[in-house]
Design a protein around this ligand. Structure first.
Ligand code: NDP
Length: 463
């Protein structure tokens, strides 16, 4: 083998890249990793983690209201956006250091610089103005919020990146998109007291989820006071003389807001990385094309995480990193398993889901049993809140296998994590039925829905 400076060089210090670097270094490999912005990547620095902290912050208004039914008198509460941002930044700084330190304490070398490829084994460390060589190279540069050049006035819009650092909390915000980020931020801003409008081009928000959850969440968000415009699009955004923004939507209505946020998907970060120089093939949206082992067409260059545009979720990038290390350094070729991935939308109420939606299952199975419970969770009895919880199991009537579980309500994300185990394991409805309930919980509904609410036969609902 030629004499390289590193056994592995990782470009991108997010969740996937850091995991691969750390684990490979712990195996005794000579590992370098470069990050141009901040170690931790999207998830830690401007994604999942700060978002969840904002979600917690935005839930207090309702909790203060709910406390009254339980006998508490809460003095009028006030909220300070700058305190939230500063405290969040302190926590993110702590995590950033931890990510970097973890690589170093495993024996890896970290570089705070942009790194680009000069050829299939040579990496240029831009800030240090020098090159290094590596036997294996892993690209884990993630993605960024998709731009919207076709929208006149897009230069006045923010993305989730800026939403974490706004100098002032807006009085009113318009958010375009109907996916995870648009829905989560609509709930965050609304919870913090911002007048919020969601503009979505499709029929119903969250197109990749079970229709019952989508409708029920939409209804609940509207009841809380979030305005949702479906079948709608932003046509243009203009800066007014008073400094605010006019967001003109398709039907011609003008929404006045202090911020307009675009959450219309994410684009893989592949530009200017020297991938062409190294001969790495890219796909239609600029994603790195990889085989089932995360290897590119250049056999010593690999890619994992959002830059490959497979499944844009942190735990998936981490899993792909672990599989990469098994394959590249442990002589144990391992394909990442992308089947049956549980996921949560931290809306309010939350969504937790795993497996097939009813619509997807209908396309693949001749006969389904649908179990559905729609009820007011106990915590909302004394609070007087009318919000309901929804739980749904999709079962293949022939094999009895539970194909999907879909929950809307408090702690749905936590439940989805646990439901992922029986559903991934292919357990049957009877396995759910003979599982003892934990009482009193909301989750006990999942093991006490004994009779199907309706059947679906050859695509048709039978009550
Ligand atoms: P999503 O892919 O979830 O949603 C994008 C939304 O934008 C869709 O509603 C889409 O509509 C709409 N859209 C796309 N292009 C346009 C356009 N040109 N004009 C108007 N609307 C458009 O992306 P997000 O940006 O919300 O999130 C990116 C990824 O990050 C997610 O896929 C997810 O994997 C990950 N993520 C995960 C979270 C979690 O696990 N809780 C939280 C946040 C992000 P349509 O439905 O019609 O295609």
């Amino acid at each position: 083998m030629a004499d390289y400076d590193y056994d592995l060089f990782v470009i991108g210090g997010g969740s996937g890249g850091v995991r691969a670097a750390r684990v490979a270094a712990a195996l005794g490999k000579r590992v370098g990793i470069a990050e141009e912005y901040r170690f931790g990547g999207t998830c830690v620095i401007r994604g999942c983690v700060p978002k969840k902290l904002f979600v917690y912050a935005s839930q207090f208004a309702e909790q203060f209201e709910d406390a009254a039914g339980y006998g508490w008198t809460v003095p009028e509460a006030t909220f300070d956006w700058k305190t939230l941002v500063a405290n969040k930044d302190r926590e993110i700084g702590r995590l950033e250091n931890l990510y970097k330190k973890n690589v170093e304490s495993s024996g890896g070398q970290t570089f705070n610089t942009r790194a680009t490829l000069l050829d299939r084994h040579t990496i240029r460390l831009e800030k240090e103005k020098r090159t290094v060589t590596a036997d294996q190279i892993l690209v884990a540069t993630g993605g960024r919020p998709a731009a919207h050049p076709a929208l006149p006035g897009n230069e006045f819009c923010i993305s989730s990146n800026e939403a974490f650092h706004l100098a002032e909390l807006p009085k009113a915000i318009v958010i375009e998109g109907g996916g995870y980020i648009a829905v989560e931020f609509a709930n965050i801003f609304h919870g913090l007291g911002v007048q919020t409008t969601l503009v979505y081009r499709g029929t119903e928000i969250l197109s990749r989820f079970d229709m019952d959850l989508r409708k029920a969440l939409h209804e609940t968000m509207e009841q809380k006071g979030i305005r949702i415009l479906c079948h709608s699009l932003l046509e243009s955004v203009h800066r007014r003389t008073d400094g605010r923004l006019d967001a003109v939507v398709k039907e011609g209505e003008t929404l006045v807001a202090d911020q307009v946020m675009l959450a219309i998907g994410r684009t893989p970060n592949t530009e200017g990385l020297g991938l062409e120089a190294a001969g790495v093939e890219l796909g239609k949206v600029g994603e790195i094309i990889v085989d089932e082992y995360s290897r590119t067409n250049v056999d010593n260059i690999w890619a994992i995480g959002d830059v490959t545009n497979r499944v844009q979720l942190t735990p998936v990038a981490i899993h792909e990193a672990m599989c990469f290390v098994e394959t590249a350094f442990k002589g144990n070729p391992t394909r990442p398993d992308h089947d049956t991935i549980a996921t949560a939308v931290f809306s309010q109420p939350e969504i937790g889901t795993v497996g097939l939606s009813e619509d997807e299952a209908t396309k693949r199975f001749a006969e389904l049993e649908i179990y559905r419970a729609h009820f007011r969770p106990m915590r909302h009895t004394l609070s007087g809140r009318s919000e309901k919880m929804l739980m749904k199991l999709v079962v293949d009537a022939t094999s009895r296998r539970v194909l999907g579980a879909h929950i809307l309500g408090p702690d749905a994300g936590e439940m989805a994590q646990l439901l992922a185990i029986p559903i991934k394991a292919g357990l049957s409805k009877e396995d759910f039925d003979r599982t003892m309930a934990v009482h009193p919980t909301a989750a006990e509904e999942l093991v006490t829905m004994y009779r199907p609410t309706y059947l679906v036969k050859d695509g048709n609902r039978v009550d």
